[in-house]
Write a protein that binds this ligand. Structure first.
Ligand code: PXP
Length: 237
């Protein structure tokens, strides 16, 4: 059964819209765990547009499952991860103008930098995943970089029109998941997955964990966070 890590960034997005103290992503994370989430994911962005340092610090003390910190490979974030010691780090590319992470890391261009960065995290006993597009070369480079695993970007699959286009995106993800497993990399996947498109991808048995945020938080506006998480754990399991 695949695990579900619930990304609570968008609870913080609502809070930051009014610079208020509610809704609190910390409380949302605890409720997601109560409903069966296997982990909690947060992305501490350089511009702090949603998750704040305070959230990360409290989550470190309260999350009972596994805390996954998504972050850019910059010195500021490295220092924060050393201090907070999340259960794992997922390195992502980050652009200030984007609405959300738009693609996987350019592992070829940043090969040496990522290698050093991953080594520093591993020296601090923090496991590291690289967020990559479903390309065999990126999987192989993630392996050469020394990453513990990959998170395969499912955004293009999620955005593809149903039919041939979506089937071909699914196949790309499937092939990369298989390759990553063969290279002994941990295989996670995420981005853009919702209550409909997650089913086919949940059939890829090499994927151990899904990181899902926006659609769960959006649904929880209607049904509450616990019900939204419960429905989703059934779909990925
Ligand atoms: N994985 C990564 C690396 C991400 O950047 C995000 C978005 O923060 C997610 C997963 C979750 O994507 P979504 O919010 O579309 O479910």
């Amino acid at each position: 059964m695949a695990r579900l890590s619930v990304n609570v960034d968008h609870v913080a997005t609502v809070r930051q819209a009014r610079l208020a103290s509610e809704p609190d992503p910390v409380l949302a994370a605890l409720m997601a765990e109560l409903a069966g989430a296997d982990g909690i994911t947060v992305h501490l962005r350089e511009d702090r547009r949603h998750i704040q340092d305070r959230d990360l610090q409290i989550l470190r003390r309260t999350v009972k499952t596994r805390l996954n910190l998504e972050m850019a490979s910059i010195k500021e974030m490295l220092d924060i991860s050393f201090e907070v010691k999340p259960d794992m780090v997922t390195l992502v590319p980050e652009k200030r103008q984007e609405l959300t992470t738009e693609g996987g890391l350019d592992v070829k261009t940043h090969f040496e930098g990522l290698k050093k960065f991953a080594a520093s995290l591993k020296d601090a006993s923090i496991p590291v995943n690289l967020f990559i597009d479903p390309l065999p070369d990126s999987v192989k480079m993630a392996h050469r970089i020394g990453s513990d695993g990959v998170e395969i970007h499912t955004g293009r699959y999620a955005a593809a029109a149903a039919g041939r286009e979506r089937e071909s995106e699914l196949k790309r993800i499937q092939d990369c998941a298989l390759l990553a497993r063969r290279l002994n990399l941990r295989v996670h996947a995420g981005h853009g997955l919702d209550y409909r498109n997650v089913k086919a991808i949940a059939g890829i048995k090499e994927i151990e964990e899904f990181a899902i945020g926006f659609s769960i938080i959006a649904r929880s506006v209607y049904v509450g966070i616990e019900e939204a998480v419960r429905e989703r754990t059934r779909l990925v399991g």
